[in-house]
Design a protein around this ligand. Structure first.
Ligand SMILES: [Zn+2]
Length: 203
């Protein structure tokens, strides 16, 4: 009876030791992996950047100008209940077009300089009131994240003044953190962005 109990105890101990050894091996593999590749955000920028103009992809997912003008024509006030007059509608439609161009150009110019990170410029003095509840000035995204999610390129809604800017620093995570910049993605999925119909009259 006693040897049987000792046998069982020994077996349990052996199983526990084996489990520990396996999990330690996993852990050291992970550490090794990270030391080879660096943190995920670095890895995403080094070998998989696809520098193709985001123009086509962005125009495909954004409403066409005709739809924008039609929508504006149906609105009499903005989200702050400020009256929308015909000149305001014209300016909003024009601003949308202009802003699409400027932001696409910012990425194209960044690509020309091999920029890996971009940050959101929400306008330090007069941040976009709609975007303020979705993102912070200086939050950054990688070029790869933009490629995977062209919807990250402003304007996000009618009257949006947020811009995407190439980050021309040394593009390493430590530097951006030192500047108080935080990544926009927290777990690999894009956080929500404003719906394009949120209309704010232009200042
Ligand atoms: Zn905005």
């Amino acid at each position: 009876m006693v040897p049987a109990i000792i046998g069982v105890v020994l077996l349990v101990v052996l199983v526990i030791v084996a489990i520990r050894m396996i999990s330690m091996k996993h852990l050291s593999d992970e550490v090794l992996q990270e030391s080879i590749q660096g943190p995920a955000i670095h890895a995403s920028g080094i070998y998989s950047i696809i520098r193709k103009s985001p123009r086509e992809d962005l125009f495909r997912i954004r409403p066409p100008e005709e739809e924008i003008r039609k929508y504006l024509a149906s609105r009499n006030e903005d989200i702050h209940r400020r009256a929308l007059l015909e000149p305001d509608r014209q300016r909003l439609a024009e601003k949308w077009r202009q802003s699409m161009e400027e932001n696409i150009r910012a990425v194209e110019q960044g690509d020309a300089g091999n920029v890996e990170f971009y940050y959101f410029d929400c306008g330090e003095h007069q941040p976009c009131p709609v975007c303020a509840s979705y993102l912070n000035h200086g939050q950054f995204v990688s070029r790869q994240e933009i490629f995977n999610n062209p919807s990250l390129i402003p304007p996000f809604h009618l009257g949006c003044t947020t811009r995407i800017m190439p980050y021309r620093g040394k593009e390493n995570l430590k530097e951006t953190a030192a500047l108080g910049m935080a990544p926009f993605f927290s777990n690999g999925t894009p956080p929500p962005l404003p719906e394009w119909k949120n209309t704010v009259t232009l200042p």
